[in-house]
Design a binder for this molecule. Structure first.
Ligand code: ADP
Ligand code: MG
Length: 229
């Protein structure tokens, strides 16, 4: 597939279904979307519309039944499992609704985790990057705390720092504000927008909440597994 160099993610005519006993659920139904490098895109759709399925496919966590997904010029279908996990670990960061922090690790240790599988990053460099990520999300003073001592907003900041620490090109955020009160949710969106500008990281953010997206540059709607224009 010909690639425009500015297109970081290309999803072309993707279909994905799940089997639930006798029933086949068509989660994505010939969905196409391009994401430009540096863009902040909000994907908005009701529960069950296919948001998480799409993010999981772009994140190389799952595979489509049909169609193509190209990330940073690499056709994901042509990659073997090792290449796919390399792509996932080095180019993509993930942020989830439920934060997914490890409770027995401190804030600092949680953020450090994705760097431990990058052997070329030395311990000194690791410490430097963790410190920088802590500063970027404004939680440096909590670095020695365990996640259960933090508020929801603080936990999500830790998860954002963990996504940032590998310096990925793309951050996928699956309803990162759904477990937060609306004031905290807006602060988290503001932080993501600021990081997008400051670090030129591409964000693909999904939510069911239309009210959150006042200042997001590009808003895309999804319904029944397709993009609605
Ligand atoms: P959203 O994130 O927008 O709520 P999802 O992508 O999770 O939507 O789900 C899209 C559709 O696929 C829904 O009908 C959902 O029930 C179904 N679905 C998602 N994951 C699975 C799964 N693992 N097994 C069966 N059905 C699933
Ligand atoms: Mg979902």
């Amino acid at each position: 597939m010909a690639m425009n160099p500015e297109i970081l993610v290309r999803v072309h005519d993707v279909g994905k279904s799940y089997r639930l006993g006798e029933i086949q659920i068509q989660a994505l139904n010939g969905l196409s979307i391009d994401i430009q490098a540096g863009e902040f895109t909000a994907l908005i759709g009701a529960s069950g519309s296919g948001k998480s399925t799409l993010l999981n496919l772009i994140g190389c966590i799952d595979e489509p039944d049909r169609g193509a997904i190209v990330i940073d010029g690499q056709d994901v279908a042509r990659l073997d499992e090792v290449q796919k996990s390399e792509l996932r670990n080095r180019k993509i960061g993930f942020i989830f609704q439920s934060f997914n922090l490890i409770p027995v690790l401190t804030v600092e240790e949680n953020i450090e985790l994705p760097l431990l599988i990058q052997p070329e990053v030395s311990p000194v460099e690791r410490a430097r990057r963790v410190q920088a990520a802590l500063q970027d999300v404004g939680i440096a003073e909590y670095k020695s705390h365990y996640p259960d001592r933090l508020s929801g907003g603080q936990r999500q900041r830790v998860a954002i720092a963990r996504a940032l620490v590998t310096d990925p090109k793309l951050i996928l955020a699956d309803e990162p504000t759904a477990n937060l009160d609306s004031k905290t949710a807006h602060k988290i969106i503001d932080l993501l927008l600021e990081l997008n500008k400051k670090k030129n990281v591409t964000f693909f953010f999904c939510s069911h909440d239309e009210k959150l997206i006042g200042r997001v540059g590009r808003v895309v709607h999804i319904a029944d597994g397709v993009i609605k224009t």
